[in-house]
Design a protein. Structure first.
Length: 300
């Protein structure tokens, strides 16, 4: 596509694992192919790469992605400085204190009313355990290192298992293919409505996602937050397209909806799950878990 269109500038996005040391074959292939395109066409694309955190640019979601941006004439691109900061991290400099804190799930979802025809009930074996998880927590709450009951071993499950949103924090990363117990779930102990998922991805409200629930979730989970695209587009415009910069805040930045209501009450663990109370081994480390050992046994 790049070789056929030869645009004045391009942007490529992928998961942060694309740039992991020792696992960056895909990234190296991309750079090699861009170099070959330059030789064949006389273009001068020199990609600049950064791993950006969407929450640092006002997206109400913790989502990190690799971004490649290049100009056909070889102009250097400077990635924008973050505009928002985590309330938990100490400021690195005085200028950071001037940045507002991350936009929250409440900022994104406070005024959304789910469609009454959309089924948002949590189903499956663990559905009735979800109300006993506090906002912003996951199954780790119910381990010997959490504040709940020792129902599971530490880090024996996926991070997103029984993961619940907190009103006062950004959402966790929206999943493309979640199972019945995989979050993030709403603080009201239900699945997120499609319009709510769109809000967490900062899609404009007039965007409609077609297909069934599984197809819609896959499209949303694999998408780039629209606000991130707007932020980067506003930088590409003056730097690489030589057009006047746009004034004012990005249009897709969620409003600050403070004050944020208190967290929802936490329910007791239902009796049927109390049989799991006991001593559970913590995960022993990379390559030593149940799944890894089972794969080694199969291979041998």
């Amino acid at each position: 596509m790049l070789e056929e269109a030869l645009p004045r500038a391009f942007l490529v996005e992928n998961v942060e694992g694309l740039a992991f040391a020792g696992k960056d074959e895909g990234l190296r292939l991309l750079m090699e192919q861009i170099g070959q395109i330059n030789k064949r066409t006389g273009s001068n694309y020199k990609p600049e790469m950064e791993i950006l955190s969407a929450a640092e640019y006002g997206v109400p979601q913790l989502r990190e992605r690799v971004i490649l941006i290049a100009s056909r004439d070889g102009a250097k691109f400077r990635f924008p400085e973050p505009t928002h900061r985590s309330p938990d991290e100490p400021a690195r400099d005085l200028f950071q204190w001037n940045r507002p804190t991350f936009r929250t799930a409440w900022d994104a979802l406070a005024d959304v009313r789910p469609d009454q025809d959309e089924s948002l009930e949590v189903r499956g074996k663990w559905a009735d355990l979800l109300p006993s998880i506090p906002e912003g927590c996951n199954y780790l709450h119910h381990t010997d290192r959490g504040e709940g009951l020792p129902l599971f071993g530490w880090r024996r499950r996926y991070w997103s298992f029984l993961l619940k949103l907190a009103k006062n924090r950004p959402s966790w990363t929206v999943q493309a293919q979640p199972g019945p117990a995989i979050g993030p779930f709403h603080w009201e102990n239900r699945r997120l409505a499609m319009r709510e998922l769109c809000r967490l991805q900062t899609f404009p409200d007039d965007v409609m996602i077609t297909g069934g629930r599984t197809s819609q979730q896959r499209q949303l989970g694999n998408a780039v937050p629209s606000l991130m695209a707007e932020v980067l587009g506003r930088e590409i415009r003056p730097q690489l397209l030589r057009l006047p910069p746009l004034e004012g805040l990005p249009k897709l930045l969620p409003p600050d909806r403070s004050p944020i209501p208190p967290a929802e009450p936490v329910a007791q663990v239902p009796r049927k799950f109390r049989k799991l109370i006991g001593d559970h081994e913590a995960h022993p480390g990379t390559g030593k878990g149940y799944g890894a050992l089972a794969r080694l046994e199969t291979e041998s």
